[in-house]
Ligand binder design. Sequence first.
Ligand SMILES: Nc1nc2c(c(=O)[nH]1)N[C@H]1C(S)=C(S)[C@@H](COP(=O)(O)O)O[C@H]1N2
Ligand SMILES: [Mo]
Length: 362
Amino acid sequence: MQDKQKNPQFVYHSRSPLNGGTPPEIIRRQFTTPVDQFYIRSHGNIPQVNLNDFRLIVDGLVRQPLTLTLFGLQSAFSQRRVVATLQCAGNRRDELMKLEAIPGETPWGPEAVGTAEWTGVCLADVLRTAGLKPEAKHLAFSGLDEIEKQGERFLYGGSIPIDKALGPEVLLAFEINGKQLPPAHGYPLRMVVPGYIGARSGKWLSRLTLQTEPSRNYYQAKAYRLYPPNMRQENVVWEAGIELGEFAVNTVICSPKEGDQVEKGRELLQGYALAGGGRRVERVDVSADGGKNWQLARLGNEGDRWTWRFWEAEVELKPGANEIVARAWDSATNTQPEDPAAIWNFKGYMNNAWHRVRVTRK
Ligand SMILES: Nc1nc2c(c(=O)[nH]1)N[C@H]1C(S)=C(S)[C@@H](COP(=O)(O)O)O[C@H]1N2
Ligand SMILES: [Mo]
């Protein structure tokens, strides 16, 4: 399926399900990503929802289960806007795939990321109205898209811990950048869970269930977990995977690009950096000699704990081949691993190794 709302440079990884994004040198031009450049990550079909039929159900460990229309939700709760970056846990998977094949997963480059101003209501307000029972420890959600796996059909779903669900930054959103959500991005209603992997920002939201344990949905119990290096599809022990929530500190050099030929010795580097879980990007280091010598990049003024930060730096390139490297540090002094081999995992999640770009100076 072609999404007519995307720009001509949008690159599709697959049409069914619909997956694609805009090259990083283009999304790096604006702090807020225009919706026609915003990556799409979908696991099943794109539901075509008729607003008259739409209901959001809130049930499970609540005192008062709710059934809300979109209009009911909008009139009962105050609206709130949050600027937040979404990043897929599969962002930069292509670098892990060069080390060993990762069958059945999308070969994302560094384009599975985008920042938007989201409008919605606070999930916490809805939960307070429903009234949480003390045993409620996880908020499970499900969408309206159907997934078919190993002969079973089920809805996309997942969960977040209750402490996160009560954070004022977590929205049930109906607008992106001041406009109605397009179908591919979750119309009419989606979650926006800043600081967490994109997979938890459930689209086409249909149900919120309060429960004692995390969701048993495939995308919480099996996928979107970080497996030990010895595990493959054939010998996986699903419980051995670490459930992914907050994403890890990451950075990408958006320009120049891998393989570029540059004329001058002095080259302007531009990139984005992200810290997960409400931490801030505090520093970005760049190197023009493969990581032997480093200098500080200048961080942009825009950005906060829920968004990316842009950075730039000028480096001196020598004639011939140069390897440019970048790494970021967050407010908890987490930084990135040097080598993607150290974090390779068979599902290909959370690659945040130093970002390297090889360029030639003529
Ligand atoms: N219902 C539903 N929600 C979903 C998904 C999905 O396939 N179905 N994909 C998730 C993943 S893996 C990501 S990274 C984000 C992507 O959101 P976007 O397509 O708006 O960029 O949506 C999440 N929410
Ligand atoms: Mo994702």
